[in-house]
Design a protein around this ligand. Structure first.
Ligand code: 0L1
Ligand code: MG
Length: 256
């Protein structure tokens, strides 16, 4: 039996992102399952690498109940980050370059000495050199931000852009830090790092395990977005967004 057309699906998703045009979901029609969807994601990101982008890290998605409920999907997923997605802290993004951009507050890790594949992270402070507050800008390429699990995996877990705030040494505890998402100086979301799998450090074990299933090994020097601490909010033109994470500080961006 002939399987889904991985290259063809990646082309459709890539064109949707490049032209900021939403497309219908593809998984049901093409018979895409979770494993094949990660193959589409690899092909989609490969197109970016072929036009000169560099792989700089990994992101976890749907690591909180709030996010799972927001999109109606109930499994932790992962995606790939490239250098072109990175926006300097305090920098600007053009919201019209995206379909329906949303922002969410995250915690980022700067990876250091990681365990061998299949091994859990023993000493977190050995595996992670530094931590930072972060903002992820997500933009589903599917109409109405609606998708099935294979759809969102194929779409590189809605990854579009990210901002990393100042790096700090790894603090003693990361499991219950207060998180705020502010838009134009007003609190839009309140949360805790506990919403990220109970403790964002757990996200690294999950990332290593889940990416390893698809032959992807995390590298020293990569950025790792552990997941959102709250639901995402739409990014409106002209908005100024700040993610504040207790003890870690602030990351910010502006929408032009
Ligand atoms: O980073 C995320 O949690 C997003 C994962 C994909 C679901 C979505 O687009 O909200
Ligand atoms: Mg996210």
């Amino acid at each position: 039996m002939i399987g889904p057309d991985i290259a063809g699906i990646a082309d459709k998703l890539g064109a949707a992102a490049d032209t900021a045009t939403a497309i219908p979901q593809l998984a049901a029609e093409t018979g895409l399952d979770v494993d094949t969807a990660y193959g589409v994601q690899a092909a989609l990101v490969q197109r970016r690498l072929e036009r000169g982008e560099r792989l700089v890290g990994l992101k976890m998605g749907l690591t909180s109940r709030a996010k799972m409920a927001q999109v109606g999907v109930d499994e932790v997923i992962w995606g790939r980050l490239t250098d072109a997605m990175r926006v300097p802290d305090g920098g600007a993004v053009n919201p019209t370059a995206y379909i329906h951009p949303r922002v969410e507050p995250e915690v980022a890790f700067l990876l250091d000495r990681l365990p061998e594949p299949g091994e859990p992270v023993g000493d977190f402070a050995t595996a992670v050199r530094a931590v930072a507050p972060a903002i992820e800008l997500i933009d589903s390429r599917y109409a109405d931000f609606r998708f099935s699990l294979p759809d969102v995996i194929a779409d590189n877990t809605s990854a579009a852009a990210f901002v990393i705030g100042p790096w700090s040494p790894v603090p003693a505890g990361l499991d219950n830090l207060g998180v705020l998402l502010e838009v134009d100086g007003r609190v839009a979301q309140v949360g805790s790092t506990a919403a990220i799998l109970g403790d964002p450090r757990r996200a690294l074990d999950e990332g290593i395990r889940l990416a390893g299933r698809h032959g992807v090994r995390l590298e020293s020097g990569w950025v790792f977005l552990a997941g959102a601490a709250t639901a995402a909010v739409p990014l409106r033109p002209g908005a100024h967004v700040r993610a504040v994470v207790e003890k870690l500080g602030t990351a910010s961006l502006r929408a032009s």
